[in-house]
Design a protein around this ligand. Structure first.
Ligand code: FAD
Length: 453
């Protein structure tokens, strides 16, 4: 193959120019580079993005286009089944090499493996790289060579593996090859009628620059308070890096080393790195159970007798009108900003599955549609964790009591008042369920799971 033939860099969940091994390799190769993002809503098994994710993607692609432009590159946008799109881009540009960073979901891996083979067969150079997880799922195994199903030993094994590599710099310049591109606006990723994204715009700035700025602020202002304050939503001491990590606007390697270099981080730094470990664990679990969003990880939960769905109860939960203040505050925060504090995600998910007795898959789908950080691993993994059906899950009988949780983690009611200003007035509804009676009903239903074990 002609060594001047262009290299294609296929961007996926890695919308950045720094610490991007695939882009780095393409620039090192020396030939002109075609940078492409493919909006794939057609390949079998690829889960269509939710509304909030589409909003984020628009901003993130705009920022990536600007970052590539500043280096002399250009972002080419294409839409369609990704394998077909990449192969026709190879034909159009006469490319001699294709580079990408690896993905870990089942359908994505299948697509990538098939494409890699086909391109190899056509005589192209094809390389994939580790970029978006610190520990690729197949590299961490138990003593018996099996995947981990419990977090603590998983994370211990990660910590005794070699330290994650140092991040790569952004290229100094990109020699760009030309190719036709779609217009981003034509993809209609932004909501128009109605435009519900006002709160998202206020809360977030997608893109690598904002991600790095957020990381710096977190390290300077919040890391030392993180260990103690991370469970209190009103304190706002968590990093809020999750959507930036989801879209790969900064890499976990960048975050890891930035934290490690803060010698003053102490307990906060250790705790924060463990949270990054939960992200790794969620992907480890998904890698070995690709249908995590649809199937109980513990098969005995298939025997759980979910009662007939009351659509009005589900709707009350979605819109934050259950009459349970902490739950409503969380659901309204989610709707307004595309995010929710972790503690409140736990409370709202427990309330849906154990007080309303609504199948966790309903809640997972709502979060998938409304979260800016929704990802194929963390969302179903955490839902199953709360529901009790997942890997290393909370024991089923651990039903979060939203009133006690409020007393403990929002003692002054600051968070609740921010999102439910009418709390305590006649305008606020009575609780739609009795917390104690529904908890007892959930525990009775759980007997079916126990019997199926
Ligand atoms: P920080 O506390 O600053 O944590 C740092 C980073 O660690 C996060 O940005 C995230 O990447 C990772 N992290 C922390 N906790 C977890 C966790 N439990 N599981 C996986 N990664 C974690 N997180 C997502 O990124 N995407 C999701 O779709 C998602 N869905 C969730 C659904 C439910 C029901 C629950 C209970 C949790 C979910 N989480 C999800 C995990 C967690 O709530 C968010 O990662 C966290 O709230 C993001 O805020 P932060 O960046 O300020 O977190």
């Amino acid at each position: 193959m002609n060594s001047d033939a262009p290299s294609i860099v296929w961007f996926r969940d890695d919308l950045r120019v720094a610490d991007h091994p695939a882009l780095h390799a393409a620039v090192e190769r020396g030939a002109p580079v075609v940078c492409v993002y493919v909006l794939d809503e057609e390949s079998p098994g690829i889960r269509p993005l939710g509304g909030a994710a589409r909003w984020w993607l628009h901003g993130s692609l705009t920022a990536l286009g600007d970052a590539l432009g500043a280096l002399g590159g250009r972002l080419v946008l294409r839409r369609g089944p990704a394998d077909r799109v990449i192969r026709s881009l190879v034909d159009e540009t006469g490319a001699g090499a294709v580079f990408w960073n690896r993905r870990y979901g089942g359908p994505e891996r299948e697509l990538d493996a098939g494409l890699k083979q086909a391109l190899h067969d056509d005589g192209l150079i094809v390389h994939s790289f580790a970029a978006d997880l610190l520990f690729e799922p197949w590299t961490i195994r138990t003593g018996q060579g099996t995947p981990f199903s419990v977090f603590t030993p998983f994370w211990r094994a990660c910590r005794s593996a070699p330290e994650p590599r140092h991040p790569l710099p952004a290229p100094h310049a990109i020699d760009s090859a030309d190719a036709a591109t779609d217009d981003l606006g034509d993809w209609e990723l932004l909501p128009t009628r109605p435009d519900w994204a006002g709160g998202l715009r206020e809360a977030w700035t997608p893109g690598s620059d904002a991600a790095h700025e957020r990381l710096r602020e977190f390290l300077d202002d919040d890391l030392s308070a993180y260990a103690k304050g991370r469970d209190e939503p009103a304190k706002e001491v968590t990093s809020r890096l999750s959507p930036h990590l989801r879209w790969g606007e900064l890499s976990p390697y960048e975050v890891w080393h930035a934290v490690r270099e803060r010698r003053s981080g102490g307990e906060g730094a250790a705790r924060f790195l463990t949270e990054l470990g939960w992200r790794e664990f969620a992907w480890h679990v998904l890698f070995h159970a690709p249908d995590l969003a649809t199937r109980n990880w513990r098969a005995e939960f298939d025997a759980f007798p979910w009662p007939r769905l009351h659509p009005s109860a589900l709707r009350a939960w979605e819109v934050g009108r259950t009459g349970v203040p902490l739950v409503d505050a969380g659901m309204r925060e989610l709707w307004a900003t595309g995010a929710m504090h972790n503690r409140i995600r736990l409370v709202t998910a427990s309330f849906l599955t154990k007080n309303l007795l609504i199948d966790w898959r309903r809640g997972e789908q709502w979060f998938w549609d409304t979260l800016v950080d929704a990802d194929a691993a963390s969302n179903p993994f955490n839902w199953q964790w709360v529901a009790g059906s997942g890997a290393d899950a909370a024991p089923y009988f651990r039903v979060f009591n939203p009133e006690l949780q409020a007393t403990k983690f929002d003692a002054h009611g600051e968070y609740v008042r921010r999102w439910v200003p009418e709390v305590g007035t006649d305008d606020y509804p009575e609780p739609i369920v009795d917390l104690k009676a529904t908890r007892d009903a959930a525990l009775a239903a759980y007997e079916h799971v126990k019997a199926a074990r």
